[in-house]
Design a protein around this ligand. Structure first.
Ligand code: ADP
Ligand code: MG
Length: 461
């Protein structure tokens, strides 16, 4: 295996790498650093957690160390899809350039223009930015991109998902065509292939570990979940999630819970907290300081459960987690690989459990196809915990249940009345309820899912 000292890095950078505690370069670093140092364009294809950041920051620092910054004309540019990623790249720069004198500016939302303008005016060696914010600065006329010698596009596939490709193309066209381009992506979607064909010239292509093979070391499972009724499915699904987390017990030291939508990130985090679990949400709509606080807490172990959207979690530098819970089946199958790649790193055991609703089945099939493997089915932990006879009883009352299904607006009321009875159920209360017509609707009480849920609720309280 290659050593860092064989890659052609400068002694000062090598020293910083050693001090960072890295012993050997990762495959993407070993593959990308030498051509980058030679001034070649690089197309790096590697999944999350493979060490891509150092594979572009290290050669950049070496190259930028020769030469000086000029006012308003940054010499290099790193584009990242999210603020967190940009901030992380900036941190990496600080770590690796500590023995080299370089200036940098971070252009991300949530940080004032003024501060950043001052830095840019003075001249920076490295500009780290999200595409939108960079273009905002550019349009305010405070920034010239004609001095860019090296341009990095990090997490290009995520840029694509977030609709940043037109911005990226525009930024490419604002920089000199003589620039060196280092381009990184976990996957090569056709649109990304097109961009690289257009803007990279004769790149060294460095590809490590095909994305679909990420999952080999991770124990996976899926619960095929169907709500008892449409209006209850969401809360029942949250109960399933809680039960899955509980079922892992102490084995679950820290976990990321992925939701497809921001609103669900909030709802799920709130619900977990309500049930006494140590959880916080992270997504793009939360303000920067809150996101930073949440991430710090997660990194240092104060926070156990991070509820996240794909975008927020993408590429976050989080030491391996013991578990990944997919509250939703991701709609892009590659995201599944990214998500579960958060666990089982560095040879440690990892477990990834997903909940699949009927509407997710198509996406689920696509995932199994991508990873070319059947994900073992896990029994719904909520259902299996419910006492069997009670769970079966309601089948006889199926007609009433249907009534309820047609009148979901009533069911919420009945659901609270149910809860106040502490989840008591069975034939006894049935006769009573039948005297009031709304309460009869509430006899959906006898749905097996509900019985299980209230059981859960009682356990948690
Ligand atoms: P990616 O961008 O590919 O998702 P990162 O650059 O964020 O990956 O690196 C993931 C983690 O691996 C970080 O915690 C980083 O500090 C660590 N890391 C990177 N390179 C090495 C190395 N050569 N040896 C040990 N750890 C490394
Ligand atoms: Mg990265």
């Amino acid at each position: 295996m290659t050593d860092f000292s064989e890659l052609g890095l400068s002694p000062k950078v090598l020293r910083a790498v050693t001090e960072a505690g890295y012993e050997k370069p990762t495959p993407i670093q070993a593959g990308a650093i030498p051509p980058a140092l030679e001034g070649k364009d690089v197309l790096g294809i590697a999944q999350t957690g493979t060490g891509k950041t150092a594979s572009f920051t290290l050669p950049m620092i070496c190259k930028l160390a020769r030469g000086r910054a000029r006012a308003r004309m940054p010499r290099s540019l790193v584009l990242c899809p999210t603020r967190e990623l940009a901030a992380q790249v900036a941190e990496n720069f600080d770590t690796y350039s500590k023995h080299v004198k370089l200036t940098k500016a971070l252009l991300i939302g949530g940080v004032s223009f003024k501060e950043q303008d001052v830095l840019i005016d003075k001249g920076v060696d490295v500009l780290i930015a999200t595409p939108g914010r960079l273009l905002d600065h550019f349009e305010r006329g405070k920034l010239l991109l004609t001095g860019i010698e090296i341009m990095v596009v990090d997490e290009a596939d995520r840029m694509l998902d977030m609709g940043f490709i037109p911005d990226i193309e525009r930024i490419f066209s604002l920089t000199p065509f003589t620039r060196q381009t280092l381009f990184f992506s976990a996957t090569m979607a056709p649109e990304i292939e097109r961009i690289t064909n257009t803007f990279l010239s004769a790149p060294a292509r460095v590809e490590v570990a095909r994305q679909a093979t990420a999952s080999e070391t991770i124990e996976q499972g899926v619960v095929m979940f169907k709500g008892s009724r449409r209006d209850r499915a969401a809360s029942e699904k949250r109960a399933v999630l809680r039960a899955l987390i509980e079922a892992e017990g102490e084995k679950c030291t820290n976990a990321i819970i992925f939701c497809n939508r921001k609103v669900d990130v909030d709802i799920v985090a709130k619900s977990l907290k309500k049930y006494g679990l140590n959880a916080e949400p992270i997504h793009g709509d939360l303000d920067q300081s809150q996101r930073t606080r949440t991430l710090d807490a997660f990194r240092n172990g104060d926070l156990k459960l991070l509820v996240a959207s794909d975008v927020a979690a993408r590429g976050l530098d989080i030491p391996s987690v013991s578990h990944v819970f997919n509250y939703d089946v991701p709609s892009h199958s590659e995201d599944y690989v990214h998500r579960i790649g958060r666990t089982g790193r560095a040879g440690r055991d990892g477990k990834a459990v997903m909940i699949c609703a009927p509407s997710d089945e198509k996406n689920f099939a696509a995932i199994e196809k991508l990873i070319d493997k059947e994900i073992p089915r896990i029994e719904n932990p909520v259902k299996s915990r419910a006492p069997e006879p009670k769970a079966e009883a309601p089948v006889e009352k199926a007609p009433e249940v249907q009534t309820a299904e047609e009148k979901p607006e009533r069911s919420s009321r009945s659901s609270s009345s149910r809860r106040s009875r502490g989840g008591k159920s069975g034939g006894g209360s049935g006769g009573q309820s039948r005297q009031r017509d709304e309460a009869v609707v509430g006899m959906g009480d006898h749905m097996p899912q509900f019985i299980a849920m209230s059981f859960e609720e009682r356990r948690a309280s």
